[in-house]
Design a protein around this ligand. Sequence first.
Ligand code: BEZ
Length: 399
Amino acid sequence: MKTEKENGGKRRVIMRGLLATAVAMVGVLPLTPSQAADKIKVGFMLPYTGTYASLGNTIANAFKLAVAESGGKLAGREIEYYTVDDESDPAKAPENTNKLVKRDRVDVLVGTVHSGVAIGMAKIARETNTLMIVPNAGADEITGPLCAPNIFRTSFSNWQPGYATGKIMADKKYKTAVTLTWKYAAGQQMVDGFKEAFQKGGGKVLKEMTLPFPNVEFQPFLTEIASLKPDAVFVFFAGGGAVKFVKDYAAAGLKGKIPLYGTGFLTDGTLEAQGADAQGIITALHYADGLNTPKDNAFRAAYKKAYNAEPDVYAVQGYDAAQLLRIGLEAVKGDVSKKEQMYKAMGAAKIDSPRGTFTLSKAHNPVQDFYARQVNGKENKSTGIAVKALADPAHGCKL
Ligand code: BEZ
């Protein structure tokens, strides 16, 4: 007769065997009805307060529009949204990202707007192999040294719009320029891109000026620009700060005297508030008004109907983040555990965007056209393509 101890030991061995078989089977079986009924958890980490608040809201709205156009589901799975306001504060990025990754256990992180915050998010996304889609922040690092199989961007690298604007200014044969921006990754990297193209065309940068983000005390800089008398000025500002800068530039009497240029964020989503002070400003960006393609016209009409507002570049980037996610989910029939297969499909995606079709580089950054645009009324009217199929150099990416 066996003792209770011996019987218990045998039972434990059988249980361990059954458990191992069950675990192995989960990997090969199709989703059960209850798994398929589980919603895909999308974690929005975006700024809902501060100078970039309107950008964050627009991205979320357009993402939801794309999902709604797919019947509220992606690859047959319903979507559940989780939201964190990142306040555009890099110091809070680890804590805020972990709210979505560890507390809410989201399947995908969608964020963010501010480059410094995005760098903090990307570090956690890499460590935890959480899918991350960046719908704005241009930090060069994200698709440079921090690039990863699970990190994708549907917007731009900071270098790209800076380079395209510098090319426009060099083509205009300006000899000298002064730059002004917020002192953080986005501004500094856009200025670097600008300088590369401007200097290649023979231009000289007289002075690089910065102020802390999100400071808007522009007066001392405007006084200095007036005294330096460059041929042109290049700036990066966005959101509420861009509205104030364009108004202050005109109020200082510089409009019409020293041509003001910038990456397109200077006048995108801001024209209503900037009014007459923005008229004629030339910028470069991967989106413009007046593209008049069937895809863009349909997107603009749908966005206007849903939100009673004109879409801008942030809306396009948010919309395309959802389109990219759909491509990944469809490749794995909604089974997010098949990460490798999903990332592969996303990396190879050809996205039918309102901006025009684009693909992703090896580092997962859009390879896309940059438009030259000029403000006319309430539009950033395309005046043609400034740089075709511009790819970020992806310095330091080891994919
Ligand atoms: C950035 O921080 O990367 C950024 C913010 C607003 C507009 C464009 C870029």
